[in-house]
Design a binder for this molecule. Structure first.
Ligand SMILES: Cc1cc2nc3c(=O)[nH]c(=O)nc-3n(C[C@H](O)[C@H](O)[C@H](O)COP(=O)(O)O)c2cc1C
Length: 228
């Protein structure tokens, strides 16, 4: 195989085998591995190469404190107040795909459609970061607007793929952007620093059913129109 074929096969394998982990072992990722992931994530392209992502990597006791505070907050029914508004609703194919996504998750745990209490309880696990030992919180400066957040999205994917290539599991979590004030307060960050999302990082519990279903993707024709 040529070097190019090896690269293509490796990238394809990484893209096809990455998945969002929703139950983590408590075991920490070695600092050298975390550093390697963060080094690779720095290779993310950004508009004018401004590299606007500001990342806070929270672990140990500070993470446990954040988990507890966010979980209590969410459990108490606090309404989400994200810096970047969440979609008010989903329509057409978006709604359909979202539904399948939820169904797969809850079916993996044997939670029936009618069991809203069990679904809500599982959903709250987001705010415990699914037990992950590390959390990367991605912030961006307010004034950069949409394109700053877009660059952060690219960063998130680079980080997740880099982690996967090193045997480390992740999940992107927009849910963790629900209470940015609480997060800024604990991390002592200024209000100008806007929270895009979190990425939980660690080692998945491989045998757990929640980590053992895989999501599908629409065919290319549903996403791409060729104009020639
Ligand atoms: C920006 C972003 C935010 C997400 N937020 C959440 C979240 O808050 N909770 C969750 O369980 N999954 C979240 N996910 C994971 C998606 O549900 C998941 O990526 C999607 O269903 C595809 O599955 P896969 O990652 O296993 O391929 C998020 C994904 C992205 C990219």
């Amino acid at each position: 195989m040529s070097e190019q074929q090896i690269d293509a096969a490796t990238l394809e394998r990484l893209l096809r085998t990455r998945f969002s982990a929703r139950k983590f072992q408590p075991r920490a990722v070695p600092r050298a591995t975390l550093d390697q992931i963060l080094q690779l994530a720095q290779r993310t392209p950004s508009w004018c190469n401004i590299q606007p992502w500001q990342v806070v990597l929270v672990s140990g006791e500070p993470l446990n404190e954040l988990r507890e505070r966010m979980w209590q907050h969410a459990r108490g029914g606090a309404p989400a107040s994200p810096d970047f508004p969440f979609p008010p609703n989903y329509t057409a194919s978006h709604r359909d795909r979202r539904k399948v996504c939820g169904l797969q998750l809850y079916q993996s745990l044997g939670i029936g459609k009618e069991d809203r209490a069990a679904a809500a309880e599982q959903s709250l696990e987001n705010f415990r970061m699914f037990g992950a030992p590390h959390l990367a919180l991605i912030f961006v400066d307010d004034y950069l607007g949409f394109y700053g957040a877009l660059d952060c999205g690219l960063y998130a994917m680079t980080l997740m793929l880099a982690a996967h290539s090193l045997g480390v599991d992740t999940i992107a979590q927009a849910s963790l952007a629900s209470y940015p004030e609480l997060v800024r307060q604990q991390l002592e960050l200024p209000p100008s620093r806007k929270l895009v999302c979190g990425i939980a990082i660690g080692y998945a519990e491989r045998e757990h059913p929640i980590n053992n279903y895989r999501t599908e993707r629409a065919a290319v024709v549903e996403a791409v129109q060729f104009v020639e």
